[in-house]
Design a binder for this molecule. Sequence first.
Ligand code: ATP
Ligand code: MG
Length: 590
Amino acid sequence: MRWTQALIPTLREAPAEAEIISHQLLLRAGLIRKLAGGLYTFLPLGLRSLRKIEQIIREEMNRAGALEVLMPALQPPEIWQQSGRYETARDVLFKVRDRAKKEWLLGPTHEEVITTLVAGEINSYRQLPKNFYQIQTKFRDEIRPRFGLMRAKEFIMKDAYSFDATDEGAQASYQKMYDAYTRIFARCGLKAFPVEADTGVMGGKFSHEFMVPAETGENEVVYCEVCNYAANIDKATSAAQKSEVRSQKSEVEKFATPGVVTIEALAKAPFNVAADRQIKTLVYIVASKPVLILLRGDHQLNEAKLTGKLGTAEFRAATADEIFAALGAHPGSLGAVAATLKGGTGFQPVNPEHRLEAGATLPVYADETLRDASDMTTGANEDGFHLRHVDIARDIIVKQWADLRTAQAGEPCAKCGQPLKIRRAIEVGHVFKLGTKYSIALKALFLDETGKQQPAVMGCYGIGVTRTMQAIIEQSHDKDGIVWPLNVAPYTVCITPLSPASAGAGGAVMTLAEKIYAELTVKGVDVILDDRDERPGVKFKDSELVGFPIRIGIGEKSLAKGEVELKPRGGALQAVKADEALAAVMKMLA
Ligand code: ATP
Ligand code: MG
């Protein structure tokens, strides 16, 4: 490619809307342009990198035995109703209507489509296992599209779906994808690490996300440097100390706490109740009914863990009005002590109207760290009052104990006891053992060896292709621009003649540039020749900004000595004999 024939609209300044460096560099290097929020056009150079990433993915998926297909982006809503996701995924679904006013969906993912396909095509264990993948555009009505390609409304994903006859088979398929992902990211020059991931309502332990450490990442990863434990914060556990059991006989005692509505305020004088001696009571609405969630005062609820425990993501924090209606008090004075909940035996709610029916208690979900805790303090369900000497086992009727809290940095690793760390990261891929949820719902059934009908055991495996491209830039850049890893650069080599082309195409500099350009092209190297009539400074700046891995500078001065200048991006300039330049470049690429 000759620069003068290309479209490489580099920018000196990043447009103001680009908040993070990778987004700025995508725009400044002329790789993408914004059409509207969350919608981008790939310019020729950006597309070249994208295609290289796709090709690496394709090769590794094929090598792992997956079969490439291409499914429609437009999908009928009926299959989403069948799987139940028409409701649960409604927030991200783009819906369109055809001329007959029938509704269609723009696919955010393809479990429903592939499972429908398999239901029609596969009916015997002899046809299994199978793994189908595609590289295709997805549509998601994200709440907050941002950071360029990182969270877009329309983006390219590689999605794969495995179907196995047995659970062990499904685990083997999962492992193959896990290994393929490891190779894919390595070949892209990206340092991505697998971390244990939340399995949501599916449950099970086979889910990993591939994470690229980055300050700007939207995920938090909890990790241990000693034993290499790593998990998404939504999944991570820690060996946090349980609340100390204090020998106590004293009865629950109500005390006045006027104006005290936070854990912090109660921890201060004159009350001095340390946060870890307090019970934090949250009210959530699950299936339109209030549910109480208890955590230690110094801990935070993790909603992903709650989803797993409740088996549904259909819940929300109660509003102040709903809380008052259920408990007769406002946030800051809430508690789960049975007596105050029942309303009958001990502490009356301020407003008798808010008393629950006799004998009724609200379902209480309590975090494991509170188990057996005694001498705790919690709200009295009466504004301005708290209760002390609460013994959980004695005073609170817990429906379910569960790990509900968010692990915190510094807590001991559950595996090895060393202090955990937390860092931010970008999720570029996800492998997930799905089980039979979709195969049952959409009837992907097969006959096993004994002639019995069984649902296929599924897995799904996604890579955000466009997000991966941006993650590479987020991880690999310097003050001058992008530092492309060799395999995914738009062009691998940039030839930069330093005398203006107008000096005459016959000039020695241009002649040599053309010669090396032709030779590299013949060798199959992706090379761009900067034949612009620009000052050397401009050419250097542009080639650093776009980030070509190798630059060959050809100037009159060095050529007089029979030399050209090779510069690996981010490395030191080296002079090589002009007639050895080709061999030197090929060596760098080997
Ligand atoms: P996230 O938590 O970031 O929204 P997700 O869990 O919704 O991701 P999946 O449904 O597992 O993502 O999709 C597979 C991959 O697609 C993700 O690992 C990510 O790399 C990519 N991806 C998901 N949503 C977007 C988006 N809005 N823009 C760009 N890439 C995305
Ligand atoms: Mg998402």
